[in-house]
Design a protein around this ligand. Structure first.
Ligand code: FAD
Ligand code: NAG
Ligand code: NAG
Ligand code: NAG
Ligand code: NAG
Ligand code: NAG
Ligand code: NAG
Ligand code: NAG
Ligand code: NAG
Ligand code: NAG
Length: 634
């Protein structure tokens, strides 16, 4: 059997040579093919003429732009109870056409309420036990991890606004999609019936961009395919890559990368959806200081457009969408069904964890001085490829905690990392701060991640977060004192700082010409700031805390970093001038693309591109929710 083996080896070698030449020339190279369920598509031919009014496609982007005679769109989206709301017969027909994938919403906490048929004390106890675990919400078609903007109308706790359980900001129906044709049907049905549409993957969004009252929700959770492409060779990139269904979450990709001996760029939370809000919003990562943002890693995407048509998007197919879908925000230009991201050879990771508080040897002055000392290393650390994830908070009157959870050196051995951090640790010692640094080297990203990142806690309605992308200048000597003073003001006022020492490294091996907020490219400190209040707080107290966050604490942060921005995926739903903060100078171009691809406004999400043209009715000042009717402003 030697001869045939030798022969096939020779053929393979010849083919490899030919493949290289093919890449150099213009012959199609080895690009990934679609998943099976991506080949199950709706076409004009598969929609019967009697169903065209319900399920027919919208006009193409190019023609709709030219067509100025389109009938005016209704001012408000149809709401349950309206005469124009689809009848039960129509919903049943829609469900049958979907193959039974339609789910009528039952709030996750319904078992805790006697006015729901799901009422059940044992089930309610389970809801209460699991409510703060992101996984519990991820598995549900409609829930959101930040119930404040849902309206707190069905909390499992004694929330003052949850006297009985109503849908509030939850969508009315979800489609548990398992194939592209169902997404196309849902988009066409929502557009033709003037329904509010939302896209929900995991429900992680800080501003509840994945829910909406009276909406039809596309639930992408079941799109779980992960395909490892060891020898991806397409459009100029040759090497390892992954094609991911849009329901795949961070830990699943990290796991797959671990099994294949490579590294991928993902976030710090185990259950954030990679192809959903993460890539769409930019995506920060412990790898960012080495290889750039999550969105920078995307080679191609497959997308159902607002008109219902299914397209592949890459550098040379819909290049404008390739730019906009990588950073311009979720739920804006279509429904992404899969992304292909590049992978890297595996890297060792060294981590550092420690914590200290004020106390007999550490005065409040020394504590904040030490924070300034850490900030003074931000540029050095990120330039070396390191990342820091830390917490600063008051733990009592005039008592404070700093906790590093962890600092992280990608592609660094323990000796390399130790050399990097030793001058800083010596500075802490010189301030009289005694810490026990725990420096651990892991062979891979997944093991470091699994070994060091704490599990996330979500589901509370007792806090409100905002964020700032501070450029490196803020931590250089000329500006550090003012920056530190602004940060200290917020922490002394009761704010909780969740900080990242991070940068989006320039990376010539990927395409970084995308719509990631340009502020990210200058950042070395990304700071999330949360205001909190007691569980029994009144709406007036919640509103006041939220206003203080936005108009006092964050106002000072904005004042010391003029022209910088905020991260849309971990931002303030009340962010002033959100267009500048979340999108920077790219906003006008993103807005024009929104008008081009979604001329009828099918996609809406709070603070998404184009959202300023809409309003959700019935708002309480400073506590915006998704639980009212969605209407055009003019
Ligand atoms: C505990 C926690 C930790 C986090 N850690 C990180 C981190 O380390 N790095 C980081 O960058 N971010 C992090 N985030 C923020 C996270 O990236 C965003 O919340 C992100 O929007 C989540 O995306 P998702 O698809 O999982 O969630 P969802 O809330 O389901 O969706 C978010 C947005 O994307 C839209 N969307 C979802 N799927 C699609 C799709 N297929 N097509 C089109 N639009 C879609 C939704 O409509 C919505 O607007 C964290 C958030 C939390 C709560
Ligand atoms: C849709 O159809 C499936 C299967 O027939 C059924 O189980 C489900 O309850 C239906 N959904 C709705 C909202 O009626
Ligand atoms: C409180 O709940 C009601 C519905 O019961 C809702 O209309 C209202 O918007 C909620 N208030 C806030 C501030 O979320
Ligand atoms: C639930 O609350 C809403 C508004 O707060 C009210 O209209 C409705 O009657 C209540 N339902 C029950 C069963 O108590
Ligand atoms: C970035 O991409 C956009 C959209 O494809 C293109 O118009 C622009 O020229 C590109 N810019 C650079 C610097 O390559
Ligand atoms: C405080 O400083 C003293 C003297 O240097 C030292 O003995 C003691 O261990 C320190 N206490 C703490 C909590 O670090
Ligand atoms: C990790 O470091 C090695 C050796 O310096 C280098 O060759 C490799 O490119 C680095 N990997 C990444 C992902 O930067
Ligand atoms: C992840 O960490 C847990 C303990 O925290 C450990 O039991 C498990 O083996 C780890 N998994 C991997 C793949 O390292
Ligand atoms: C150091 O950190 C590792 C990983 O987080 C952990 O397993 C170990 O117990 C820690 N050691 C000490 C002394 O805290
Ligand atoms: C909330 O509870 C605390 C005690 O736990 C009480 O002092 C306070 O008055 C309560 N606030 C409201 C608004 O009910």
């Amino acid at each position: 059997m030697v001869a045939p083996t030798l022969r096939s080896t020779l053929i393979a070698a010849l083919l490899a040579v030919f493949a290289d030449q093919a890449t150099a020339g213009a012959i199609a190279s080895k690009c990934p093919s679609r998943f099976d369920w991506e080949n199950s598509q709706l076409t004009d031919a598969t929609i019967s003429s009697s169903d065209a009014s319900l399920f027919g496609f919208g006009p193409d982007a190019a023609t709709s732009q030219l067509n100025s005679n389109r009938p005016a769109s209704p001012k408000c989206k149809t709401f349950p109870g309206d005469a124009s709301w689809p009848s039960q017969t129509v919903w049943n027909k829609f469900n049958a056409t979907l193959g039974g994938a339609l789910i009528k919403t039952v709030p996750l906490a319904a078992p805790c309420y006697s006015n729901w048929p799901q009422y059940d004390a044992a089930a309610c106890q389970n809801v209460r036990t699991r409510w703060n675990d992101p996984r519990f919400h991820v598995e549900d078609p409609t829930s959101a991890m930040f119930p404040l903007y849902q309206g707190r109308t069905c909390m499992p706790t004694d929330d003052p606004n949850s006297s009985n359980c109503t849908l509030g900001g939850y969508a009315s129906y979800s489609v548990a999609v398992t194939k592209v044709s169902q997404i196309q049907l849902a988009l066409n049905f929502a557009r033709n019936s003037n329904l509010r549409l939302v896209v929900r993957n995991t429900g992680h969004d800080f501003g509840d961009k994945s829910i909406g009252a009276g909406a039809l929700s596309i639930w992408t959770h079941k799109l779980k395919d992960i395909q490892y492409l060891a020898n991806y060779n397409c459009r100029g990139y040759k090497g390892p890559a992954f094609k991911l269904g849009s329901g795949v979450v961070t830990e699943e990709v990290y796991n797959a990368a671990e099994k294949n001996g490579v590294t991928v760029v993902g976030g710090e939370c185990r259950t954030v959806g990679i192809a959903g809000g993460y890539v769409a919003g930019g995506g920060h990562s412990p790898m960012a200081a080495l290889v750039g943002m999550g969105a920078d890693q995307v080679l191609s995407l497959d997308v159902v457009l607002p008109n219902g048509r299914y397209v592949s998007v890459s550098e040379d197919s819909y290049p404008d969408l390739y730019w906009a879908l990588r950073g311009g925000g979720g739920s804006t230009y279509g429904v992404v069904t899969s992304v292909t991201i590049r992978a890297y050879p595996k890297v060792p990771v060294t981590t550092l964890g420690y914590a200290y508080t004020t106390g007999p040897n550490v005065t409040t002055e020394t504590f904040f001085k030490s924070l300034g000392v850490y900030m003074s290393y931000f540029d050095t650390f990120t330039a070396a490829g390191a990342y820091g994830y830390f917490l600063v908070t008051a733990i009592g009157p005039d008592q404070y905690l700093f906790s590093m959870n962890p600092m992280w050196g990608s592609n660094m051995t323990k000796p390399q990392f130790t050399a990097l951090v030793t001058p800083f640790l010596n500075d802490l010692t010189n301030l009289g701060i005694t810490i026990t640094p725990n420096i651990t080297e892991y062979p891979t990203l997944y093991q470091a991640f699994n070994g060091t990142f704490p599990p996330e806690v979500v589901g509370g309605a007792d806090n409100h977060a905002a964020s700032r992308l501070f450029p490196k200048e803020n931590f250089l000597p000329a500006k550090l004192p003012q920056t530190l003073a602004a940060v200290r003001h917020a922490i002394e006022g009761g704010g909780i700082l969740i900080g990242y020492n991070i940068r989006a490294a320039p990376n010539p091996t990927v395409n970084q010409n995308n719509s990631v907020n340009p502020a990210w490219r200058k950042t070395t400190g990304f700071f999330i700031l949360a205001a909190t209040w007691p569980a029994n707080a009144t709406d007036a107290q919640i509103a006041q805390a939220s206003e203080t966050l936005t108009n006092d604490w964050m106002a000072r942060w904005r004042a010391v970093s003029p022209g910088a921005g905020s991260y849309m995926s971990e931002g303030d739903i009340n962010e002033p001038d959100f267009q500048q903060s979340f999108y920077g100078e790219y906003y006008p171009r993103l807005y024009a693309l929104k008008k081009k691809y979604d001329p009828t406004g099918l996609f809406y999400a709070p603070t998404a591109v184009g959202s300023e043209d809409w309003e959700v009715k019935g708002q309480v000042a400073w506590i915006p929710t998704q639980n009212g009717r969605l209407c055009r402003k003019t």
